[in-house]
Design a protein around this ligand. Structure first.
Ligand SMILES: C[S@@+](CC[C@H](N)C(=O)[O-])C[C@H]1O[C@@H](n2cnc3c(N)ncnc32)[C@H](O)[C@@H]1O
Length: 320
């Protein structure tokens, strides 16, 4: 029996295996990205025999397999009308090595003198060095191979991105949020955003009807009726678009990879029915739980680092 509104401590794969089939409404999460950060979690033993932290695999294909093994379990525990939303960033070949993993690349203890990171070094010096590795898309394709339907690729346009020192490419100011469904038919509460001023102005002047005659196949009369319904507020907005401009999180606590609560508001409102359950298998500082509670949904979190669980519980209980 799963307990709701609880954060489970442990490796996502192991904990998910204890949950019943088809018991959860939606999943939203941001897993560790490949070769980017060390979350100081205990090494995990994977089914291919490799032991280590998710994201620290020497090869990104192995990382994607590990990640998708976890999402296989997410699929099993999701209800058949469930959806799964995954925020994932990309990595440049050769860029992560020795930065956040705290490993030395020079001196006596240099990783060049150990075997543990050699495959990664070989990779970083190989033909993909300096290239974007397109990991989010490799992941999404593997999710498709494993039966998920990709419904949208949402661009999280970060409005306050840190300037980059690169002078031979542009500064990356977005990440991806993938929206998958378990089956072709799924629970989805349509979300609306305000009409653009130019749309409202066109409705007022009636201008655009010629062009609009082909709008959704409507004739001039029906198109004008539609414009009237927009103007008198009967139609409250337009279907939400797929580029979302939201700053990075400004969380001041000791977790350095939180997402902005705003990023997950729309997915949670769209994907979780009243009193439904939102799952986050990598809950970190508890952002998913906070937003789920805010919109009267239940949550279930999983986290491997006990320090982050403490942090999340303090946030959820309002003590920080
Ligand atoms: C990108 S962070 C998630 C941050 C979260 N969205 C937030 O707003 O705080 C990824 C989290 O996954 C946790 N983690 C890493 N490997 C894990 C595993 N095998 N099982 C469960 N959690 C894991 C890390 O400790 C980290 O807190």
């Amino acid at each position: 029996m799963i307990e709701i509104n609880k954060i489970y401590s442990g490796h996502a794969l192991d904990v998910l295996k204890t949950f019943e089939n088809e018991s959860i409404n939606m999943c939203i999460t941001s897993p560790p990205y490949w070769s980017l950060r060390d979350y100081k979690t205990n090494p995990v033993k994977w089914s291919d025999g490799w032991k280590g932290e998710l994201g620290a695999e020497p090869d990104f294909n192995q990382y994607i397999n590990h990640l998708c093994d976890i999402f296989d379990e997410v699929k099993r525990v999701l209800k058949d009308d469930g959806t799964c939303w995954v925020n994932l960033g990309d990595t440049y070949g050769g860029s992560g090595l020795g930065l956040s993993y705290g490993v030395k690349t020079k001196g006596k203890n240099s990783i060049l003198k150990t075997t543990e990171y050699l495959p990664k070094i070989a990779h970083s010096r190989g033909k993909n060095s300096k290239s974007l590795l397109l990991i989010p898309f490799r992941f999404a394709i593997e999710m498709m191979n494993r039966g998920w339907t990709v419904r949208n690729v949402i661009i999280w346009h970060k409005t306050n991105v840190t300037p980059s020192s690169a002078k031979d490419r542009f500064t990356v100011d977005f990440e991806y949020l993938f929206f998958f469904s378990k089956k072709k038919k799924y629970y989805f509460s349509q979300q609306l955003e305000p009409f653009k001023n130019s749309t409202l102005a066109r409705c007022k002047t009636g201008c655009g009807t010629n062009k609009g005659a082909s709008y959704r196949g409507l004739n001039k009369e029906n198109f004008e009726r539609l414009q009237q319904r927009i103007l008198n507020g009967e139609i409250k907005g337009r279907n939400v678009r797929t580029v979302w401009s939201i700053p990075s999180a400004n969380y001041k606590g000791s977790h350095f990879a939180t997402y902005n609560p705003k990023l997950i508001e729309i997915p949670i409102k769209a994907g979780c029915p009243e009193n439904g359950i939102v799952l986050d298998p990598f809950i970190g500082s508890g952002t998913t739980a906070l937003v789920a509670k805010q919109f009267n949904k239940n949550y279930i979190g999983i986290e491997l680092n006990p320090e982050y669980i403490k942090l999340a519980l303090e946030r959820i209980n309002g003590t920080t």
